[in-house]
Design a protein around this ligand. Structure first.
Ligand SMILES: O=C(O)c1cc(=O)[nH]c(=O)n1[C@@H]1O[C@H](COP(=O)(O)O)[C@@H](O)[C@H]1O
Length: 236
């Protein structure tokens, strides 16, 4: 069985390179991988990513949430390949041609290629937020529509909230990665996340990987927070 710790990607969201390196060193023994996203990448670029990966020595999830015309997204995926990420994110809303172009660009890396994950509906959004951007209808329907389209276009998986995993497993089948943020242990604040679940419940409902940031990184002792989360999963 895959250990609970190995399913956790710790989101390191900071602009400060030393803070990121220190967090990577402290938590990497207790999680399966590290996620670096826009906040870190805009401030520190590929060199910063390399420095953090060197400190952590665990798989990298490069969360750039690419969303542009197919040619531009393919170019960005290709440019990220030297960083050897295990996962790269694109926005499913970029459409099938953009997703196919990203998948094709990733294939250039051969067997060690990054898995392309399509972000469905951000976990910080709920029904009224979708209404506000003209996507009326239940969030679950929009997530499902985007996931099915992303799979058909060649994505390896999606980023979705823990609330949608059961429906997506049914719609997309086995072998399609469900990367799940919006994870909050019972003792953590939701912050800006709206569609949330505890780590144990998210895994029970079929998440392949959990993305957990602030409950770990803002704890007084991040390594201990990661340990407590794993214990909570094993106990739950
Ligand atoms: O693509 C993501 O990783 C992502 C998608 C999404 O829908 N919601 C979401 O929170 N994320 C990321 O997951 C992380 C969650 O962090 P915390 O809310 O601090 O646990 C952040 O780095 C977000 O950028």
């Amino acid at each position: 069985m895959v250990s609970p710790a190995s399913r956790i990607y710790c989101a390191i969201d900071t602009t400060d390179l030393d803070t990121a390196r220190s967090l990577a060193a402290r938590v990497s023994g207790f999680v399966g991988g590290l996620k670096l996203g826009l906040e870190f990448f805009v401030a520190n670029g590929p060199a910063g990513v390399r420095a953090v990966v060197e400190e952590g020595r665990v798989p990298l999830f490069l969360d750039l949430k690419l969303h542009d015309i197919p040619n531009t997204v393919a170019g960005a995926v290709k440019a990220a390949l030297p960083l050897k990420p295990a996962f790269i994110t694109i926005h499913a809303a970029g459409g099938p041609a953009m997703i196919a172009a990203a998948a094709e660009a990733a294939r250039a890396a051969g067997a060690s290629r990054p898995r392309i994950l399509a972000v469905t509906v951000l976990t910080s959004l709920d029904g009224p937020d979708l209404d506000a951007v003209g996507q009326s209808g239940p969030v679950a329907d929009q997530v499902r529509r985007l996931a099915v389209m992303a799979r058909a276009a060649g994505a390896d998986g999606v980023v979705c909230s823990p609330v949608e995993t059961v429906a997506l497993r049914q719609a997309c089948g086995p072998g399609f990665s469900l990367m799940v943020p919006g994870i909050r242990p019972s003792w953590a604040a939701p912050n800006d996340q709206k569609r949330v679940m505890t780590p144990a419940d998210a895994l029970r409902f079929g998440a392949d990987h959990l993305v957990i940031g602030r409950p770990i990184t803002e704890a007084a002792d991040p390594a201990d927070a990661a340990r407590r989360i794993v214990a909570e999963i094993e106990g739950g």
